[in-house]
Design a protein around this ligand. Structure first.
Ligand code: DX5
Ligand code: ZN
Length: 223
């Protein structure tokens, strides 16, 4: 029973723009997200536990309250995510991405995400080498390469992570590779050339005077 993944798989490897909703107006979230829908392929939902990262955001209760037609790409920056993935699956997550640095048994966790009917992603921090996730790459639907230290929006892009994207793309020509942190119309093309096809953008879109124009500029830069 992996119904959610089917429609997503059908558009695999298309370029996707995923606004990070970290900086959204949580007092009026659904109305806020509605305005982003026309130019979003995914909504990137940053879940932080104040432990794995030094910041605290939202949990499955808020994800459950989101009403949107856009698939939810939940980036779990939390320790022991295996204990919470069922809550996120039930709350409506389409993709659940866990950090290799924070997960006890990566293989088991990825299998559990699939069993819950979601797509499974694995993420690594800027300092973590690809070798840390080598064994699970054949199992995941998506790899999320952090291009800033996870925890906060608005940080500067770290170009030193680009070789990791090249390395993964070379070995897995059909895998979705997402990049997250400091993405702009200038940094996204570097990631695209390296092999990424999903671009998370927080401040660049949400803090722009015209979020739609910013998203369009970003999409054009990677088309
Ligand atoms: C950082 C988060 C990112 C963040 C991106 O830990 O994972 O998704 O929201 O924000 P920008 O695009 O502003 O770097
Ligand atoms: Zn993120």
């Amino acid at each position: 029973m992996v119904t959610k993944s089917l429609s997503f798989r059908a558009v695999k490897l298309k370029t996707k723009i995923a606004p990070s909703i970290l900086g959204a107006d949580y007092g009026d979230l659904n109305h806020y997200l509605q305005k982003l829908e026309p130019f979003s392929d995914l909504f990137h939902v940053d879940v932080m536990d104040g432990n794995f990262v030094p910041n605290l955001t939202i949990g499955a209760v808020v994800v459950n309250a989101i009403k949107t037609t856009i698939p939810l790409d939940c980036h779990l920056m939390i320790n022991h995510p295996e204990e919470y993935i069922e809550d996120f699956a039930k709350a409506g997550a389409h993709i659940i991405t866990v950090h290799a640095e924070a997960t006890r048994d990566l293989k088991k966790t990825i299998e559990k995400i699939h069993d819950l009917g979601c797509l499974a992603g694995v993420s690594i921090d800027p300092k973590t080498p690809v070798s840390k996730i080598q064994k699970v790459l054949p199992l995941v639907d998506l790899v999320l390469i952090m291009s800033v230290e996870p925890g906060f929006g608005g940080q500067a892009f770290m170009p030193e992570v680009l070789p990791k994207i090249v390395q993964i793309r070379k070995a897995y020509p059909e895998l979705d590779i997402e990049v997250d942190g400091g993405i702009t119309h200038e940094t996204a093309p570097l990631c695209k050339s390296a092999g990424a096809n999903i671009f998370v953008a927080g401040s660049y879109i949400l803090k722009a005077d015209d979020p739609k124009a910013a998203a369009e500029k970003l999409r054009k830069a990677v088309s």
